[in-house]
Ligand binder design. Structure first.
Ligand code: ADP
Ligand code: ADP
Ligand code: ZN
Length: 237
């Protein structure tokens, strides 16, 4: 028998999907945000917005914002708030995000969180729930060191913990897997340092609003997903 708590049924999920429309997923680099966000967004039927993916996309296309962001990303430092906020505001204006979304890795600073709150309140909206994935520094490091990403669709894999079925090929789209340019030890350590420094105020901000839920990011991918499901189900009362 499985030791995992039972996941909410189809009916419960419809309720969750109806109510929890604007969700934020936070956690240290390598905690599995991207991995879980892809699954959760699909299950809830809402689009996922990852500022990391968005920034890499801008950089790849060589947009003005992308060119400005690139050096920060290469070092593992945060891209300045004004650049990230400009990109997010542009994106959230799109039709696809009108009825809700899952924010992955944003907001990452207190000014970003405040600006988001302001942006939403102007539209009569608000963030419904914030899930924080907790993992230790050692696990975060191990996960990032072996991370492989699809060069076409951005899906995350891990050389050892989450290997693709075919060597270096994406299970979802068949694209080639590559190592992220910023998944080098120096940049990883810098990202961890920056996260410790910048994330606490964001968590406090949402805790103060009663929206923060903490989930352990340890254990396998399915186990973590079940725990996130449980947290969402609990919100339904
Ligand atoms: P990780 O998977 O390691 O958490 P991401 O893919 O989310 O990293 O982000 C990669 C890089 O993009 C970050 O190191 C940072 O330079 C930049 N970035 C992503 N999201 C933000 C944000 N909300 N604010 C500032 N910079 C960001
Ligand atoms: P983040 O977006 O928080 O930086 P990712 O989703 O990119 O994190 O995951 C980081 C790395 O860890 C990837 O290589 C991914 O395959 C792997 N990973 C994700 N979740 C788990 C897990 N529960 N156990 C082991 N490895 C994981
Ligand atoms: Zn792919």
């Amino acid at each position: 028998a499985s030791l995992r708590p039972s996941a909410p049924g189809v009916k419960a999920w419809r309720m969750i999907a109806r109510k929890k429309r604007r969700i934020v997923l936070l956690g240290p680099p390598g905690s599995g945000k991207g991995t879980q966000a892809v699954r959760l967004a699909q299950k809830l039927g809402i689009p996922r917005l990852s500022t990391g993916d968005l920034l890499r996309d801008h950089a790849k296309k060589g947009t003005r914002l992308g060119r400005r962001a690139e050096p920060y990303m290469a070092r593992g430092d945060l891209v300045p708030d004004e650049i990230v906020l400009a990109m997010v505001a542009q994106q959230l204006d799109e039709e696809a995000y009108r009825d809700g979304y899952l924010l992955d890795g944003f907001p990452r600073t207190l000014p970003q969180a405040e600006a988001l709150g302001h942006m939403l309140s102007q539209r009569g909206q608000a963030i419904d729930l914030v899930v924080d994935l907790e993992v230790g520094a050692r696990e975060s490091l191990r996960r990032q060191l072996g991370r492989l990403v699809c060069s076409r669709c951005g899906a995350s894999y891990h050389e050892f913990f989450q290997p693709s079925r075919e060597l270096m090929k994406c299970d979802i789209c068949g694209g080639g897997l590559v190592q992220r340019e910023d998944d080098r030890p120096a940049a990883i350590l810098e990202r961890l340092r920056v996260h410790e420094e910048q994330s606490r105020p964001v968590l406090d901000y949402y805790a103060g609003q009663g929206k923060l839920r903490t989930v352990s990011g340890g254990g396998d991918v399915e186990g973590v997903f079940s725990k996130i499901e449980e947290v969402l189900a609990k919100e339904e009362g």
